[in-house]
Structure formats: C-alpha cells, structure tokens
Write a protein that binds this ligand. Structure first.
Ligand code: NAD
Ligand code: LMR
Ligand code: MG
Length: 591
C-alpha cells in the first residue's frame, strides 16, 4: 500500500503561488533564490516591480499594456490548428501567467469557453494521459484511504471551493478514470471567469478509484491506478473520509460533485451535512428550468398542458424533470399532475411500472402506469403516442433526434421545445442546423454544447446553450459568500429563477432563452444574489450581515469580492509600493 507523505510544499510549481502570497511571504526580505510565482513574469509589470520581484532582466525589456499582451495571445492561439492544440496552449498560459489567462478569457469568453470547457475538454479528457504535462490539481487514490487528511495537507493554499469527480461518467464519453481531471479543471476555470472566485482558492480534485474502462487500464500511458472500479461500499467509505477531511482542513469549503456515474447516493448522504451539491443533477436541473421558463412564456402553452418526453433517465434527466416538477407545482398543479407531465425513456424504452425490469430508484417517481401494457421502445413511436410539446435529450446518443422525429415535433406544435442537452457536440441528440431545418425555424432550442448562429429565411437565429455553466458559478459563489452550511434545494431553485430573469431587453425581444454568455459575470451576480437570498430564507447562512443589505447593496458586495484579472496588477503594485516605502532601503537598491 502506498504511503501518504506529509510534506511541507517546499518546492511547489510556479503556478502554485499567487503574487499576494509572495509579497506576504517575503516582507521580511529574505533573499529569494528563484522567483516562484507565474505572475512575477508578467510583461506588464513596471520596472520597479520587476526589480522588487527580482525578475528584472528575466523578461523582455518592454513594459506592455494588457492590449498588446492579449493581441499576442490571440495571434498565437490562431496559429494553433486543432481545438486540442488550442486547449494545450491555453493550459500552459494559465500555468505561466494566470492573470493574463483570465484577462484573455474575460475579453473573449464566447470564443474561448468552448476551448477550455465543453466540448474541447471532452477530447482533452479522452487524451489526458497522452498529453499530460503538468500538475493542475490534487489526486487521491483508493490506496490513500485512511490517510486522506494527510495527503490533503500537501495542497499548498487555502481553498474555498473544490470540484471533485471519479471520472466514471465524463460528459457522454463514459468512464475515463483519472483522465477525467479535465472536468474539475475546466469547471473551476469557469468559476473564476464567470463568478470571480479567486483562481488560487479553487481545488480540482480527482478521485482515483479505479476504472471500469479496460482499454484505459491496459494503456501504457494511463496515469491512474490500473485496478477495477471499487465497489459502491468501498466508494462510500472513501467519500465519508474525504468529506470529513476536506471540511476539517477548510471549514467553509464548498464541494461540487461532478460526472459520477451514479451520483444519487452521495447527494442524499451528504447534502444535509456538508456544503455540497451535485452539478449534474441540481445544476443541470436549474439551468434547464431557467431556459424552460422562458420557452414556456414564448410557446404560450400553460404548464398544465405541457407534455415532456425525456430521452435519457439518468442523473441529468431525472434532475431536470424534478426541477421542472417543482416549477409546475408553483404554477398551480398538484404534485401528481406535475409528475404526470413527464414520459422518461431510457436505453430500454419508455420507463413504465410493468416493463418487467427492476427500475433504478431514481426512475420510479416518473415511471408511467398508463401505458395499457404497451412497452414502447422506439422514440418516434413514443412521440407519436405521447404527442409531446417538449423533447429533451440527456441520453448521450448523438443524432437521436433525427429528421423524422424533429419533423413530427413541428407537426404537433407551433413552437416545439427541443433541447438536445448531451455533451460534447458529438453526443448532442441533434444539431441546431437540423432542428432549424426540420422544424422550419420554429423550434425553441437549447443544446448542452455550443452551436453557431445561422441564417434562416433572412433572419439570424442564435441557439441557446443550456449548460450548467450558467448556474454553478453563482451557486458556488452564493454558498461561499453567505457561508452557507448546506446548499438547499431552495438555493438551487433560486438560481434557476434568477437566471430566467437575467435576460436584458434585447435578449428577450430576440426570443433568447438564455442571456448572452458575454454578460456572464453580470448574470452570475444576479444568480449569486438569488442563491444568497434563498440561503437566508432557509436560515443556512452564517454571514448574517448580508441579511440587512438591500439588493443593490448586496450586488455591490458580491461584485467587490469577485476576482478581477484587470485589477490584479494594480493591487499587486499597490502592495509592493507600500512594502517598498516601508522598507526605505528596499531590495530595489541592490540592483
Ligand atoms: N447540458 C448540460 O448542462 C448537461 C448537464 C449534465 C449532463 N449532461 C449530459 O447529459 C448526458 C447524460 O448525463 P447523465 O449524467 O444523465 O448520464 P447517465 O449515465 O446517468 O444517464 C444516461 C441515460 O441515458 C439513457 N440512455 C442510454 N442509451 C440510450 C438510448 N439508446 N436510448 C435512450 N436512452 C438511452 C440511459 O439509460 C440513462 O438513463 C451526458 O451526455 C452529459 O454530458 C448535460
Ligand atoms: O460539463 C458540461 O459541459 C455540462 C455537464 O456537467 C455535463 O456533464 O455534460
Ligand atoms: Mg457534468
């Protein structure tokens, strides 16, 4: 059994320390043999700062503005031919100059998000062990069980939020073992870009619990344990220890579960004990509810007349359906009426009480008893039978919404709601182009992965992106700022409601279901405020001062606490200036 070393991080990677940390660490001025922060080498640092940091002479002489820096980065990015090359370039930029990376992202969020997140992150995970170059998070193996707390001590910084996965269901790509590390890394990059969580306060966490993927276990380059997946009991014991260890080291930590094959047991087990949520069940439920609320407004069909067919009855499918049930109840339906608006379909066909298999627990709530003994397995037959107003795809089956199905949806509805939500793009149940083509541009559309706008009958049509990236950053920031003890169901629901109201006039007029991603930081403030208010109503908040703030004041409070990569340099300069004036014969004089 491998033993867990408890060592002080004496020689961390350059990106492991933030400029602030250096300044504080060195204010007594021990000579620093080598600069250790990636930010120290920023070509926008003025000469005095370089002298102080002892990077003077180690970077080219010119002091650059932000614009020139980003221009160079964009040109370099352009030179990279494939998405994965662009992903690699951006990864190394983040490791070598974190503030510049986030400045670049801030000004180009629509273009760069698909390169660091869905869909490119899918390919990055498939090839993780092949392209691995540098550490970007923490890996905990099953063989570390019993010593998780001491391994966690090796992480060199304070953590406010972690995203954890065991890699067992990465997007719609199956079990990728520890190659799934790209997902926590990508999600946390969006936490910083969208909600301004400080990059140094995030922890990508990979649980190396074995993999059911034989090809991976036999791949000579695979970087995880080559063991079979642990049993559910072993996993539970491991997670129990992990949750306690994380919270012991960082008492306020928010823990996001991501891309687990069967995430329901851990959500049930920990939701009332820790500040945690499951993004695939709850974040997805919230983001799709928000788009759905706007789609229902546009379609004009009241909740009671909606009929939803869901292809896919897994964590995301059931998470979304349950969230919409809550909305229908709020719209005046009884719970039973609400539940009966859903027809869930899994790999065996329509989920019914009498189809002869033992249904997984999470499907039972939506299982139909009105199928008159018929067991429909073909999606077109189900669409013909149910006559849905809504078609949701969370099945991982690319192309499942084919021409016939989309055409039929358009025959049945003026504005069919068509949400192919599986990721990455190759797994999307249909493309935007197909949805437009076969519904004559009438579909109310949102997909999990991004698709480009297109021209149709002289009009530009823009697809919605129903991806949990619109809500998880605000859920996490709301939980952090309110110091919530739990992430309650009301906080999740509030994130959906807030997002549905976050569209501006132009977006509403254009019939969009989600706000423009370029406004994501402002949208995240609205979502964060909604989450904090719900935490207060549920009395799970510990930052009681926020209760007395009006909405505007609270928004300002949130904005002020968001990491701003454009301001970062100024903050560092001010701190250095303060230190230098304090130390009258400061280090600058040694040059
Ligand atoms: N858009 C988003 O924000 C978002 C969020 C979460 C998950 N997702 C995507 O949703 C997909 C599913 O995720 P999940 O966590 O629910 O996975 P899961 O493994 O829990 O569920 C997959 C479901 O699809 C069903 N299925 C498989 N093959 C099928 C077939 N041929 N016909 C009908 N149903 C079939 C399975 O029976 C299961 O019910 C993934 O592609 C994931 O990337 C998207
Ligand atoms: O990662 C994403 O893009 C969304 C979602 O969490 C997923 O699992 O597909
Ligand atoms: Mg996910």
């Amino acid at each position: 059994m491998a033993s867990a070393a408890v060592v002080a991080p004496t020689n961390p990677t350059p990106s492991a320390f933030h400029p602030h940390a250096n300044i504080h660490a060195h204010h007594t001025l021990p000579a620093r043999p080598t600069p250790i922060s990636s930010g120290d080498f920023d070509t926008s640092h003025p000469i005095e700062v370089r002298k102080y940091l002892r990077t003077y002479g180690l970077t080219p002489p010119s002091v650059e503005g932000f614009e020139a820096q980003t221009q160079r980065c964009l040109a370099l990015l352009e030179l990279k031919k494939t998405p994965i090359e662009k992903y690699q370039y951006l990864t190394s930029l983040r490791a070598t100059n974190v503030d510049l990376f986030y400045r670049l992202l801030a000004g180009n969020i629509k273009e760069i998000t698909p390169l660091i997140y869905t869909p490119t992150v899918g390919e990055a995970c498939q090839r993780w062990s092949e392209i691995y170059t540098q550490p970007e998070g923490l890996y905990l193996s099953f063989s570390d069980k019993g010593k998780l707390a001491s391994v966690i001590q090796n992480w060199p910084r304070n953590v406010e939020i972690t995203v954890i996965t065991d890699g067992s269901r990465i997007l719609g790509l199956g079990d990728l073992g520890i190659n799934g590390m790209g997902i926590p890394v990508g999600k946390l990059a969006l936490y910083t870009a969208c909600a301004g969580i400080r990059p140094d306060a995030t922890l990508p966490l990979m649980l190396d619990l074995g993999t059911g993927n034989k090809a991976l276990r036999e791949d000579p380059l695979y970087l995880g344990s080559r063991r079979e997946k642990v049993t559910p009991d072993e996993e539970r014991e491991f997670l129990d220890e992990l949750m306690a260890a994380l919270t012991e080291r960082w008492p306020g930590i928010v823990i996001q579960y991501e891309d687990f094959k069967n995430p329901f047991p851990s959500l049930e087990r920990y939701r009332d004990t820790y500040t945690m949520f499951n993004d695939d069940i709850q974040g997805t439920g919230a983001v799709i509810l928000a788009g759905f609320i706007n789609a229902v407004k546009t379609s004009g069909i009241p909740a009671k007349d909606q009929r939803a067919v869901f292809l896919g009855a897994g964590s995301a499918g059931v998470g979304v359906a349950k969230q919409i049930v809550q909305f229908f109840i709020n719209e005046g339906l009884t719970e039973d009426q609400a539940r009966r608006c859903f027809w869930l379909v899994d790999s065996k066909g329509l989920v019914t009480n009498d189809r002869g298999d033992r249904l997984a627990e999470h499907k039972v709530y939506f299982s139909r008893d009105d199928n008159d003994g018929k067991q429909l397995t073909n999606l077109l037959d189900i669409v013909n039978d149910v006559k849905p107003t809504i078609l949701m795809g969370l099945s991982t089956i690319g192309g499942a919404f084919d021409a016939q199905i989309l055409t039929r949806m358009a025959e049945l509805n003026d504005h069919p709601i068509v949400f192919p939500l599986s990721n990455p793009s190759s797994k999307s149940e249909c493309t935007f182009e197909e949805a437009v083509k076969y519904t004559n541009g009438r579909a109310l559309f949102a997909s999990g992965s991004p698709f480009p706008s297109l021209e149709f009958e002289g009009k530009t049509l823009t697809p919605g992106q129903g991806n949990n990236m619109y809500v998880f950053p605000g859920i996490g920031l709301g939980a952090i700022l309110s110091k919530a003890v739990n992430v309650t169901q009301d906080m999740i629901y509030a994130s959906a409601e807030a997002l549905s109201t976050a569209l501006n006039e132009q977006e509403v007029a254009a019939g969009w279901l989600y706000p423009d991603i370029r406004r994501i930081r402002e949208v995240s403030v609205i979502v964060t405020r909604g989450v904090i208010r719900a935490a207060q109503l549920n009395e799970v908040d510990r930052e009681l001062a926020l209760r007395h703030m009006g909405d505007e004041e609270l928004d300002e409070y949130i904005r002020e606490r968001m990491y701003d990569p454009f301001n970062e340099k100024k903050i560092v300069e001010e701190e250095i200036e303060g230190l230098m004036s304090h130390l009258s014969n400061g280090r600058a004089s040694h040059l």
